[in-house]
Design a binder for this molecule. Structure first.
Ligand code: GTP
Ligand code: MG
Length: 390
């Protein structure tokens, strides 16, 4: 059942006013306003979306998590597709991942429609298409081998059967990394540490997560662990203001590990359910910066020896093969427990998800499909494969 709810008033007073000794004063209100209006300007260039729906408190008839998802901006489904039974949620995802679909699903359909009979050329073309979409060598060889075997077993020689088998085996691989992030309510706060190279979408993803968990009725706090640049703190505070979520920050240049440690203490005192910590972007090849990340985890454990409860690496979906070395190096510094692949709306190379699945098998928790705080989807393998292949 699909239900949409009206947006809550944006003018209500902040959930709470946090003041700690080290907290940065809200002096950057003007620049934050500018940043918000710039973001709005960028957003206005995105496809028309319905931002006026938000879950209200009246979510009794639907799972709260689902309500947040349903509140995500809707892309209108053409009436003829609706009549054919196309599901709005799936249609929206297909539109958001349309660049990968063009480079992957559409190409393959074209290839199979031109060639009805299976031969080695067809397998070669298939291999090239998978590699071009950044599926990676390991996953490509593995999937093609499985397709060959299942066709042989069932004695099929029609190219439609290749397409069907391909979808089955890609879905199998995509399912390996489908493990949703569950917030353990016994951890207070449940600490999510967000890491990754520069500009991949860490801070934006944090805002998206914060909105999601707040929408699920959880008390959320953010820690501005990117202390390298003043603008990084401002950016997080802008999102915090926008989503009405407290942000714990200290001055630029402060020790990142201490900021997060202090935020944990404050979160505990205030009964916060989920604390999400930002970190500065860093190249995975810079040893000293990677050591700093190890230190953050060490210091966090002094506050709660089970934390961080989730270490999320954010990967830009358009990164290509480099995603593999990023995950490898960050995993050495901090054991990664989850992956978020962002910017999938802007890349024809969404196949990187299969590459990561085959190489590491680390759960993909969410995918980012736009710049707004509502543009984050819990990762579901079958939906993802349908969106890029159908
Ligand atoms: N299209 C699109 N843009 C995104 C997505 N996620 C983030 N961005 C954009 O990517 C840019 C960088 O995002 P940030 O969140 O600042 O990235 P970051 O990893 O925190 O960057 P640093 O802190 O500088 O390392 C911004 O312009 C975001 O709006 C996404 O899923 N889709
Ligand atoms: Mg950032």
């Amino acid at each position: 059942m699909i239900k949409f709810f009206k947006r809550k008033s944006k003018n209500k007073p902040p959930e709470e006013q946090l003041k700690t000794d080290g907290q940065v004063e809200s002096s950057g209100t003007e620049s934050r306003r500018n940043a918000i209006s710039q973001a709005d300007e960028r957003n206005s260039q995105l496809p028309a979306q319905n931002t006026d729906v938000m879950p209200s408190g009246n979510t009794a008839e639907v799972e709260k998590d689902e309500a947040v998802e349903l509140a995500a901006p809707a892309i209108e489904v053409p009436p003829e597709l609706l009549a054919q039974g196309v599901e709005p949620h799936q249609y929206q995802l297909s539109q958001q991942l349309s660049k990968t679909n063009d480079n992957f699903g559409k190409k393959m359909k074209q290839m199979f429609s031109l060639k009805k009979q299976i031969d080695e050329d067809l397998f070669e073309e298939l291999e090239t298409t998978l590699l071009m979409a950044d599926v990676g060598a390991t996953a490509t060889m593995d999937v093609i081998e499985k397709v060959r075997k299942s066709l042989k077993r069932r004695n099929l020689s029609d190219s439609d059967a290749v397409f069907d088998a391909l979808k089955v085996h890609l879905t199998e691989l995509a399912e390996v990394v489908e493990k949703p992030l569950l917030i353990d309510e016994n951890k207070q706060p449940f600490v999510i540490l967000v890491v990754g190279v520069n500009g991949v979408g860490k801070t934006t993803t944090i805002a998206k997560l914060a909105r999601k968990y707040k929408g699920m009725g959880k008390k959320v706090m953010l820690a501005a662990g990117d202390t390298f640049r003043a603008a990084a703190v401002e950016q997080l505070k802008t999102w915090g203001e926008r989503e009405d979520i407290p942000v714990m920050a200290q001055k630029t240049g402060a020790d990142s590990a201490s900021v997060i440690f202090d935020a944990m203490t404050s979160a505990k005192a205030r009964g916060v359910d989920v604390l999400i910590a930002d970190t500065a972007g860093r190249l995975h090849t810079q040893a000293n910066l990677m050591q700093e990340l190890e230190k953050i985890s060490r210091v966090i454990r002094k506050n709660d020896d089970t934390a961080p409860h989730e270490t999320l690496i954010v990967i830009d979906g358009g990164t290509g093969q480099n995603a593999i070395s990023q995950v490898r190096e960050f995993n050495k510094a901090n054991s990664l427990t989850g992956v978020v692949i962002t910017k999938l709306d802007g890349t024809p190379k969404g196949g990187v998800l299969f590459n990561l699945a085959a190489e590491f098998g680390i759960p993909v928790r969410f995918i980012g499909v736009g710049e707004k705080s509502s543009d984050l989807k819990p990762y579901k393998a079958a939906e993802f494969v349908d969106a890029i292949i159908d």
